[in-house]
Write a protein that binds this ligand. Structure first.
Ligand code: NCD
Ligand code: ZN
Length: 362
């Protein structure tokens, strides 16, 4: 048995308000606890999106009554809300800017729309960018021009990790995260590591859709080779139902909050990373980057020798599937204590909805 601190996942799509048939504050925080995650930062691309005081209240009201682990909520950058977003910064996890196409309605195309956000949002919190490839390069240029921190969400490409490395060497305030699916899966056709056969089921291949897309083996290898450039592991837990994934118009996104730790522990058992990498990228660094409080009397007990298969039927997300179906992993979360209370033990959630606290309320 090993004891870890509670993990932080800085990139989670909760789906409440608006799309609770996919997930809500209750189910996502159960999934978090069962995965050893005790704090989540929630993304703003809900319905409606979170972009002002009343929509923030909507999300935080639901979280207050339903969350079982601790949390904070991002504000979304819109075309004309930079003053409002800055005024709500204290109550938020940070500002999220969507600069490339993905699920939701928050994309900002014109760079002149980025400027007021970079100028106004307080510099003690990062602006988190969904920005891929050359858009990411533009985002890093903005960080340099405005001399402020940016955090690049879900990097997936060799060119991205190399550019971030170079930018860090020049002292630009850029940090980044990588998701488990970009570390453990490659573009189809599956070259090792293989997809679960169930990933190919369903018409249209919608189960493979995710933004950023799964990358090549060379990209995946570059991420593993540059782990020192990667500040955080984040799931981008993006639950959509299996019916939606198998439909004519499949939305992009994978669930992941309950499988990240077993996947990483398996990599630890195989000698690909160390447990210190996991703690640095899932506790110390996210806490520093997002200015998050410590959680007293909080820990995760893990049976590092438990070998088993991942099955969606055992997971707590409402979405009902996982891209890692049938994967063999080694390392099981047996018990989670959150702020002095047993929150999860032997497969059972033991804290009630509403036990979770907003870490931005002081
Ligand atoms: C996310 C979602 O479904 O909200 N989808 C995804 O493919 N990652 C949106 C996002 O993070 O880009
Ligand atoms: Zn996301």
């Amino acid at each position: 048995m090993i004891r870890l601190p509670g993990l932080i996942d800085p990139h989670v799509h909760v789906r409440e308000p608006g799309q609770t048939h996919k997930e809500d504050w209750d189910t996502v925080t159960q999934s978090a606890l069962a995965g050893g995650v005790t704090m989540i930062l929630a993304m703003p691309n809900t319905k409606p999106p979170i972009f002002d005081a009343s929509t923030l209240d909507l999300a935080l009201g639901a979280a207050k009554s339903k969350a079982r682990c601790d949390y904070a909520q991002f504000i979304g950058a819109g075309p004309d809300n930079s003053d409002i977003a800055a005024s709500l910064a204290d109550k938020s996890a940070g500002l999220k800017m969507y600069l490339d196409s993905t699920f939701g309605e928050l994309r900002l195309d014109d760079m002149s729309l980025w400027m007021p956000h970079f100028a106004n949002f307080p510099k003690d919190l990062p602006i988190v960018l969904h920005s891929e490839s050359r858009t990411m390069a533009a985002g890093i240029l903005f960080a340099a021009i405005y001399d402020r921190p940016v955090h690049i969400a879900h990097i997936s490409l060799k060119e991205e990790v190399l550019l971030i490395k170079a930018a860090k060497e020049r002292g630009i305030k850029v940090t980044c995260e990588v998701c488990p699916h970009h570390l453990f899966l490659t573009q189809p056709p599956p070259n090792p590591p293989p997809f679960s056969p169930k990933m190919g089921e369903g018409k249209g291949g919608g189960r493979l859709e995710v933004r950023p897309r799964l990358a090549t083996k060379e990209d995946v290898e570059a991420l593993w080779q540059n782990l020192d450039v990667i500040d955080c592991f984040a799931t981008d837990h993006a639950p959509h139902t299996l019916a939606e994934k198998d439909s004519e118009n499949p939305p992009p996104g994978f669930p992941g909050i309950e499988t990240i730790l077993p996947l990483l522990l398996t990599a630890v058992s195989e000698g690909r990373i160390t447990i210190n990498h996991v703690l640095e990228k899932m506790v110390t660094n996210p806490r520093r980057i997002f200015n998050l409080p410590e959680q007293p009397e909080t820990w995760v007990d893990v049976d590092e020798n438990a070998s088993y298969e991942i099955h969606a039927a055992d997971l707590h997300s409402r979405c009902g599937w996982t891209p890692f179906e049938d994967w063999k992993v080694k390392g099981r979360v047996t018990r989670v204590v959150l702020r002095g209370r047993e929150a999860f033990k032997d497969g059972k959630i033991l804290v009630e909805p509403g036990y979770g606290q907003n870490v931005r309320v002081r």
